[in-house]
Unconditional design. Sequence first.
Length: 284
Amino acid sequence: MSTSRHFVMVLRCPDRPGIVHGVTGAILDVGGNIIENAQFSDPGSNTFVMRTRFDAVTADVSTVRERLTARIGGPDVELRVRAEDDKAKALIMVSKFDHCLLDLLYRHRTGELDIQIPLVVSNHPDCAPLVETYGIPYLHLPVTADTKAEQEATLLDLIAEHDIDFVVLARYMQVLSTDLCNTLRGRAINIHHSFLPGFKGAKPYHQAHARGVKLIGATAHYVTADLDEGPIIEQDVVRVSHNNDADAMVRLGRDVERNVLSRAVQAQAQDRVVLIGDRTVVFA
């Protein structure tokens, strides 16, 4: 009796005729059937991106990848293939604010997020009791200007040891070094408590209050060496008025942060985010 398994393929390459034909032919080669498909051609960069979810008679990921590579592979083609039941591993980092962390842990426990969480890392011990109630290891890695390089080297060792797919900065209030940002390009998601590209840096809610804004929001983006300038994955806003002081905006904003970050994490975990330069394509 043959085994059927679901797979997800993500493709990025220069746009040209025959790409879709090659993909569908490779899926047919492995006895597959397309369940879901989305594609986008960016004329500005002549880039084609495609996400396809399909089943196949074979259960072997390498066999599926080999057939796709044989049909569409090349030096200018970036191809990712994974079995859908092989859930992505996310390392969560946090400082003292725990609202985004708690939301991710709850969604993970209830099965709402398609991720594994092997470890939570923090530069403070404050969130340890919370994380431990979910049965997830918590590692306190303090950092100072003098120990930053050593701490980040330890972090990279942990990422390799636990085979981490991506990192989530759930209000981790430390700026990562340029080297670490480059190493984790497209694999580290930050939540910024502002509707970027406005009100960057510290205390954005207080900046917003001082300017009398009528909308506040949050932005989930990839981490880059340029603070709060990374490619945007997800955003949302909430209405405010002159009756809301800065503290009220902080309270309202926390709900937006939680929802925006969880949506970004889910999109990353399901391979729905593709980078094109400094922009993202996020397939629904």
